[in-house]
Structure formats: C-alpha cells, structure tokens
Write a protein that binds this ligand. Sequence first.
Ligand code: MN3
Length: 257
Amino acid sequence: MIDAFISSEHVCPCNFHDRYKQKDAIEVRHMQDPYFIQATVSAPVKQINSQQRDVMADVFTLPPLTYAYDALEPYIDAKTMEIHYTKHHAAYVAGLNKAVEEFKIHDTDLKTLLAHHFDKPSVRNNGGGHYNHTFFWKIIDPKGSKEPIGALAKAIESEFGSIEAFKEQFTKAALSRFGSGWAWLVKTAEGKLKIISTGNQDVPFLAATGGIDGSKPIIGIDVWEHAYYLKYQNKRVDYVNAFYQIINWTLANELYG
Ligand code: MN3
C-alpha cells in the first residue's frame, strides 16, 4: 500500500512527448493510495495556450493538510505547523519540481524516482523531503487512536518487550540523530519491526547505496529544528515526548498490517 502512496500521473515534462504537446490543460493526480488521500487531488490546472506550451505544469503538488494548524495543540503549536507545512514542505515540493524539470525525469512514482536518482542531491533532498513530510502529516493526524492498537501493538510488545521499552529506544534514536534528520519505526522486508534513523531528508526505504531495501515506514518523527524550535527551542526530548501524544496509531496499525 505504502509503495504507491506518493505518486502522480502527469504529462511528461520533456518537450518531445506527444501527449504533452497535445494537451492544453494538464491535470495532476496526486497520491493515489486510497488510504493516504481522501480523494483525487487536482493541482491547479494551468491553462496553456499555444504560445505557452513549453511552460510545464508542476508535477508534484503539496498535498492538502486534512486538519487545522492548531489541531495538535498543545503538543505542536499552530505557528510551527503553518510554517512547517506552507514554507518547508512547500519548498521541498518546489525544489523537486525544479529538479524533475532540470533532469528531465520521467518517473512518476516518488519512491521509484528517488531510487533511480539517488545520486542527484537536489532530487534526494527535495524528493525525500516531500515523501517524509507527506508521511509525517498523516502519522500525526489527530483523528487516529492515541494508543497502539491491534497487530502492531502486539508486535511492538513482542519485539521490544513493552510499549514503554519501544518508546525508550525510539526516543534514543530521535535524540542521537546529530543535526537534522528523522527517526523511524519501520517494518523490514523480512517483516520485523526495527527502529532506524536517517540523516537530512533521506527516506526510510532506501539502502545506503540508494537501492530500495524493502522497508516500510510505520511511524516517523521529523527532528529537524524547524519542526520544534519555536515551542521547544533546544529541548528536543520534550518535543519527542509530545510526539507520543499525537501519533495516529490507527494509521500505523494499518501500515503494519
Ligand atoms: Mn520538516
């Protein structure tokens, strides 16, 4: 399920594509996974007249935030949410679109795109930023269960001993990430739960060499300072503890299943 959670069907950005030349309006379908998105999202359709046919529509778009900026108060403040979503995430989307155009990238699935173009820093950083943040908004969606549930709760207990023991290890991973990055709970290709950490905007499913390693993110926390500094300043541990209050365990359990 998660493999397809960020993808887009779009008209090829290159200048040679027949379909691109034929169409006057470009519609972008974004994130087709039925769980991750409520409905098909259309990017603002650009009306392209004959003089403007070389102007490319954005391939990737900022996904809608399905709750208000203050919905996670007091754990994440509204101002941080607003800046994080409208400035930081939006900048990754813009940077990714620029990179896609620059390198004439044809991949429409973000996961595949990242694996194919791992060697290009602008793709790796902006594409990773888009993937990670899209995931993050969903895993802190206030509509989910606030406690671990179902098969995932059982698996965490069996893998880590208890929910509390899991949190201890996860917190350690989040705090020991030096500088900017993420901590993740992933389900490995072998079906095991594992806590990992990635630097900068690296995604949780690529091996160090860039190949897809089969891991699926179940939970992820953004530990860049931009995610918490306004409210928590240098106290990353307080932010991580607040994160445990807002995890969408309903989604996490579905992703695990
Ligand atoms: Mn961030």
